[in-house]
Design a protein around this ligand. Sequence first.
Ligand SMILES: [Zn+2]
Length: 114
Amino acid sequence: MTELKPCPFCGGNARMLRHELGIMGRSGYDWWHAIQCQRCNAAVGYDDNRYRDKSDAIRAWNTRAPSPELTAANERIKVLEEGIHKALLECGTHFDQAKKKPLQESLAKSKEME
Ligand SMILES: [Zn+2]
């Protein structure tokens, strides 16, 4: 099973919980998985979603917004890729194929990393 990441708010350890609502066998009964930080009680699977599948709860808990630094770096990379791509197109026939190849490989590699 995938490991639970530390809490995004306080860094505390998280644990999987099973919630039950109502009385089994009666109408309105429900159960689901939730994940809660043991330090600050931040959680997924309370009011937001009722996860039947543990892996869905884990995926929700482990989802993180990208950091502003990472977003900025990705934007810079995109600008550089566009520049390289333009340069390759404009150089076309004037640019030696052997010199062009490493640039094309770098561009392809950076696309794979997205
Ligand atoms: Zn926490």
